[in-house]
Design a protein around this ligand. Structure first.
Ligand code: SF4
Ligand code: SF4
Length: 636
């Protein structure tokens, strides 16, 4: 038996000629369409892709080809696999008889996939799928392909092997052998023409993602999740005296070729937009539409339309809380936030920012905190607590990095005091920097002021290295992320713990004597920079389970799906137009679970939720507590 089936054996010459002509036209249209995309990517800036080729290849197999992230959502995942992978096998089945028996059954699953797709198109959940006319066209072509494929199975000499073929075959046999010999080539040509028309259409439609999505999963760099890219090296610039650098993305070609490829990889699945707190709160930002606008602009640039203002509204960029939900959800590894940072950097470099953002940077530069409060007041939170300065006692193990909110914000000062109580109770030897501490400028970096960030990072690292700091604990996930993931690039190699990690460790070691759980039900909100950025989900949960006597309940969206409080990415320091704040949405969501306490582990979350609780009148019925406060209350 031939391994490759002779599909041309019953086909007359004119049909064969027509087939080759259609195939050639299809190949030409496909190749010229693909060239247009590749040309657009190559206009981007150069980029050396981080991470070994082997690791990226294995990710291509798991994420790009096996579609592991697509399957995270059951309905969409199953639908997509039925249509894409099985559809591909069906095509192979045209050529390989060994597959035909299997293909007969797979074809049924393919049909099921098409039905699921149609149901999804008619009854979308979450944000509606984009259903442009091209989607309808593609859908109809695929359905026609499936129908003509089924009919061919009925006429085929291998019909007995497939379930559909064996049902249709007796019907066709009633027409007689002569008719079958005439029907088969016609069906075959129609089926082939449909397949070729789809192939030709791929580069000009959303189906381009069949090629760009796997490519993107290969080319996406392997980096530390919590570390932003470094657009320039300030130290090197100061040493060489050369400050001639273009910061951020002023134009579409200021993105790198890899970023431009990634915009082209969007499947329009809407997962990012469905997860986005900025979209949910009615701002102008929808991550999927942002990516699509960039994609269309890179393919069809127009000299009359500028990237900033005409294509992307600055409000979209400032509405992003950098929560990473979009990146987490994206099945093809598109990095929306990276593109947003690049555009923010340009706006900041050009001074195209409002008064609040300018004031924020000024405060960070002059008094070293975003509140604009005096440096001399930094230790007021610790009055009466006998908190030692770093170096004041021998054998101090941890530097307690209090953070600006823990130092200046009255609500979060309570958390700092609770943590001091815990550490003292457990015998942790720690000290603070006192007035020498200042903002690590995480927020400056997130709003696009890279120079301010790098300058501060270098100064703080130098100071802490001189002072012999080795281990740091902090209650702020933003400080935690920056000190742990971003300062190493500037020479700061510290062991950094979030306070929930230290507390969990102290409890494991039996260093905290705690009262019995009082039976109050506690729900925990995962802060984005602790969870999605640093994969720490269990430490706070283990602690809450212990102190509440196992009364932890989960919010509907938790762990990787957690819904941002709305304070990250600088949003705590300026306002964007919104219909309902993310924090209000989150409190309403928590109310549905009905806990006695909503626990968090981040100063931004605590502040945002306290404000929302006041608006909704839930401050008494569902108080907001930091995990440290709950533990401090439970200490005997
Ligand atoms: S990071 Fe969060 S807020 Fe920003 S676009 Fe993504 S989901 Fe939306
Ligand atoms: S960016 Fe990613 S998650 Fe968002 S619609 Fe496109 S493919 Fe889906």
């Amino acid at each position: 038996m031939d391994i490759i089936r002779d599909i041309f054996q019953f086909v007359p010459l004119p049909f064969l000629v027509a087939w080759w002509v259609i195939a050639a036209i299809s190949a030409y249209l496909f190749v010229s369409g693909v060239r247009k995309h590749v040309h657009a990517w190559r206009l981007g800036r150069p980029e050396k892709i981080a991470g070994s080729s082997l690791s990226r290849l294995s990710r291509l197999v798991s994420t790009g080809l096996a579609q592991s992230k697509v399957l995270n959502k059951k309905y969409n995942g199953i639908m997509h696999v039925l249509i894409s992978i099985i559809g591909f096998l069906l095509l192979l089945g045209m050529f390989f008889p060994i597959l035909e028996a299997i293909v007969g059954y797979l074809a049924l699953l393919f049909g099921a996939g098409l039905i699921l797709l149609e149901y999804k198109r008619l009854k979308p959940t979450g944000q509606k799928l984009e259903t442009a006319w091209e989607d309808t066209y593609v859908y109809l072509v695929i359905v026609a392909m499936a129908v003509s494929g089924f009919l061919m199975m009925g006429v085929d000499t291998w019909a007995w092997q497939s379930p559909v073929g064996s049902v249709l075959s007796p019907l066709f046999l009633t027409l007689g052998a002569k008719a079958l010999v005439e029907i088969y080539p016609t069906l075959w040509l129609i089926h082939s023409a449909l397949v070729f028309s789809l192939i030709a259409y791929i580069p000009n439609s959303r189906l381009i993602h069949l090629t760009t999505s796997p490519l993107n999963t290969y080319y996406t760099p392997i980096t530390v999740k919590g570390e932003l890219s470094t657009p320039f090296d300030l130290k090197q610039m100061m040493e060489t005296g050369n400050f001639d650098v273009k910061v951020g993305a002023a134009e579409i070609n200021d993105f790198t070729w890899r970023q431009k490829l990634s915009f082209d990889a969007c499947t329009l699945c809407v997962r990012c937009t469905d997860a986005c707190p900025a979209t949910a709160s009615g701002t102008k930002l929808s991550p999927m539409h942002l990516i699509l606008k960039l994609k269309n602009y890179e393919l069809y640039p127009h000299s009359d339309r500028r990237l900033h203002g005409d294509v992307i509204d600055p409000e979209e960029l400032w509405a992003c809380t950098t929560c990473r939900a979009c990146v987490q959800e994206c099945p093809v590894l598109i990095h929306h936030v990276e593109a947003i940072y690049d555009m923010r950097r340009h706006l900041m470099a050009e001074g195209k920012v409002d008064r609040k953002k300018r004031d924020l940077i000024t405060s960070l530069s002059t008094v070293g905190n975003p509140y604009g409060l005096p440096t001399a007041d930094r230790m007021k939170w610790a009055e009466g607590l006998d908190v030692k300065l770093w170096g004041q006692e021998p054998d101090q193990e941890f530097l307690y990095w209090v953070g600006c909110a823990g130092s200046y914000d009255m609500r979060n000062q309570k958390v700092s005091r609770a943590l001091v109580k815990i550490m003292k109770s457990a015998g942790v030897r720690f000290g603070v920097l006192g007035n020498e501490e200042r903002c690590n400028c995480e927020v400056a970096r997130r709003v696009g002021e890279e120079g301010r960030f790098q300058q501060t990072a270098m100064e703080i690292v130098e100071m802490m290295n001189k002072r012999g700091v080795k281990k740091i604990v902090t209650q702020c996930p933003h400080c935690f992320n920056t000190l742990k993931n971003e300062y190493p690039r500037f020479g700061g190699k510290f062991e950094v713990l979030h306070h929930t990690q230290l507390i969990a460790k102290l409890m494991r070691e039996g260093k905290l004597k705690l009262k019995e759980g009082d039976g109050r039900i506690v729900a925990f909100h995962d802060p984005c920079y602790l969870g999605r950025y640093n994969d720490e989900y269990d430490a706070p949960r283990n602690t809450i389970r212990t102190i509440s006597g196992g009364k932890l309940v989960e919010l509907p969206r938790h762990r990787t799906k957690s819904f941002c409080c709305g304070g990250g990415g600088g949003n705590a320091w300026y306002s964007v137009e919104a219909t309902k704040k993310p924090s209000v949405i989150r409190i309403e969501e928590a109310q549905k679970v009905g806990p006695n306490i909503l626990a968090a582990a981040c100063p931004y979350c605590i502040s945002m939720f306290e404000d929302a609780a006041k608006v909704l009148g839930t401050s008494e019925s569902m108080p907001i507590k930091d995990v440290a406060e709950l533990v401090a209350e439970a200490i005997e």
